[in-house]
Design a protein around this ligand. Structure first.
Ligand code: ADP
Ligand code: MG
Length: 465
């Protein structure tokens, strides 16, 4: 199926032709015709599958003919979890709408309110916003929602994970009831499905799981190392491989800044982004990284969700994230739009619980590779798939629960009570830890995200069921 058969405005087709898109991705082919017919859609598709164009193109098509509304009004509202993603979606709108006479703007916090208010007064068709700042502006009557005909929730799972549920529901409750809704999520968590049921009861559910040109092809492997050797190992890997670029995830802001210094001491130029840096600096660094001016970018998880970097060959997890879904999102920054990617994780004994969670989530062990000179003193054992942790606590001793609405039991459940959702679960012992190259296709990961009715098995929360 080509783009021209989807029924889009020729000026939109011209713009996507300029970008070099030849064929729609599977989610685009399925969802765009429905959206053009005015249907509400709830779509689950893996990261990097082209969801942005899936909602932006029908919006442009619908708004292209009409008039820009009165001041302080917009006709389409797109909510995204982070500023970076809002900026990126807005940039795509500008690309896709370059032959159309439509006005769009982006609204996010951490910057002055006045310019955003002024832009709203001047009139706009499409608003891309993070929920908190939008709610502020609405409360201040800087924006009215009475003309909103289209609502998009992008990265719905992430917005909920980030605690935006109250902002989102308050915003949606203030919108006209007659409107089209498009909701996108990489994973269909229980909360996402509940939100969809409540606010988009008549939505058509789509999940694109099949292998396709849009599926990430990501070679994943881990290497075990003592915690205090991680920066030396990373430096060596960088020096040995001379990768063109890498996005390196680390857990803390402090750790990010420290790692930049440690790499610099070994002659490796790197920069870091995290929520503690000024917005303008974050934007500049991200732009420089996208332009290839920065080779190694160290980032905390929050700053890079949903971010799309052309041809990023490599993601490195300097620490393993929690919860396990975060791993899937992080590695999804590479292997996008059919390109091949690599994801490497540096795993110390401290990361063992997270490794168990991730491998349980994936349903298989990750290939281990040994790097000479870095074999750890403290060995990292093989994971137990279906791992049930007793409890994970944060630095203040507070119990961390993946979904705060559910409580983990302090009693450890017996394994026989567990009902894992993943299929074809190999026994750990059947996989040689240092087996020859085995390519793990992240597509299978995402299939389990979207194809099951129940949420993916989560040992933190499911062990009590
Ligand atoms: P998602 O939101 O699903 O994670 P994005 O919308 O960010 O993915 O798209 C990922 C990448 O694929 C972007 O670089 C985008 O420009 C590109 N892309 C989207 N649709 C197509 C297409 N039909 N053909 C080629 N590239 C595409
Ligand atoms: Mg996206």
């Amino acid at each position: 199926m080509s783009f021209s058969t989807l029924g889009l405005n020729p000026l939109i087709l011209k713009a996507i032709g300029d970008l070099g898109y030849s064929l729609p991705t599977p989610i685009q082919a399925e969802a765009i015709p429905l959206a053009l017919k005015g249907k509400s859609v709830i779509a689950a598709a893996q990261t990097g599958s082209g969801k942005t164009a899936t909602f932006v193109l029908p919006i442009l098509d619908k708004l292209a003919g009409g008039e820009t509304q009165r001041k302080k009004r917009a006709r389409a509202l797109i909510l995204t979890p982070t500023r970076e993603l809002a900026i990126q979606v807005h940039k795509r709108i500008q690309d896709y709408a370059k032959y159309l006479d439509l006005k769009s703007m982006v609204i996010y916090g951490g910057v002055e309110l006045a310019p955003q208010k002024q832009q709203l007064i001047e009139g706009v068709d499409i608003v891309v916003a993070t929920p908190g700042r939008l709610r502020d502006l609405y409360t201040q009557r800087a924006i009215h929602f009475d003309e909103i005909a289209l609502l998009v929730l992008d990265e719905a799972d992430r917005m909920l994970d980030m605690g935006f549920i109250e902002d989102i529901t308050k915003i949606i409750d203030s919108l006209p009831e007659e409107r089209q809704n498009l909701m996108f999520s990489a994973t269909l968590s229980r909360q996402v499905r509940e939100l969809a049921k409540e606010y988009i009861p008549n939505g058509i559910h789509l999940s694109v799981t099949k292998d396709s040109q849009g599926s990430p092809d990501i070679e994943q492997w881990i290497t075990t190392v003592d915690k205090d050797k991680k920066s030396a190992l990373l430096s060596q890997l960088i020096q040995d491989n001379d990768w063109s670029q890498a996005l390196i995830f680390i857990e803390t802001k402090h750790g990010a800044a420290k790692l930049v210094t440690q790499l610099e001491k070994r002659g490796i130029q790197a920069d870091c982004i995290h929520s503690g840096r000024a917005q303008a600096i974050r934007e500049q660094i991200l732009a420089d990284f996208k332009a290839g001016k920065i080779k190694y970018l160290i980032s905390t998880g929050i700053s890079a969700r949903g971010i799309d970097i052309d041809n990023l060959p490599l993601v490195i997890n300097y620490d393993l994230p929690f919860p396990a879904d975060e791993y899937v999102h992080r590695i999804g920054r590479t292997g996008r739009a059919g390109a091949q990617g690599q994801a490497i994780s540096l795993v110390s004994k401290d990361d063992f619980k997270n490794l168990c969670m991730i491998e349980s989530r994936l349903g298989h062990l990750l290939e281990r590779r040994e790097i000479t000179g870095f074999v750890p003193r403290k060995a990292v054992p093989d994971s137990i798939l279906n791992y049930v942790p007793k409890a994970k606590r944060d630095e203040n001793g507070k119990r961390i629960v993946a979904d705060p609405s559910l409580k983990t039991g302090s009693k450890s459940s017996s394994k026989s009570k567990l009902k894992p959702n993943f299929k074809a679960k190999p026994k750990p012992s059947s996989i040689a830890p240092t087996s020859a190259k085995s390519r793990s296709n992240a597509n299978s990961v995402c299939q389990s995200d979207v194809s099951q009715d129940k949420p993916a098995f989560n040992p933190w929360t499911d062990s009590k069921k």
